[in-house]
Design a protein around this ligand. Sequence first.
Ligand code: SF4
Length: 77
Amino acid sequence: MRSERLIVDMISCSAHGMCAELLPERVSLDDWGYPVIDAAPLDPELVGLARIAVQSCPKLALRLQREPARAPARARR
Ligand code: SF4
C-alpha cells in the first residue's frame, strides 16, 4: 500500500487554522496562523483524520499526496 502525505498550497491558504484543530498530530500554526505541515508519510491511523481535514479546508488548500510507487530493486549480478 502506498503512503500519503499532507501538502498545503500556501497561495490558496488564508490561515483559517482549521487544519491544525482537526489534525494537531501533523499540523501546527506559525505566528501568523499559517499551517506548518509535518510532511512525513501519514501513519495509517491518521489517514482518516487527514481526509476530514482536507475536506474541511475552506480554501481547498490542503491536499493529500500519494507517494509515488517505488520501482522494484534490481537484482545484482
Ligand atoms: S484549513 Fe486550509 S485555509 Fe485554513 S489554515 Fe489550514 S490549509 Fe490554510
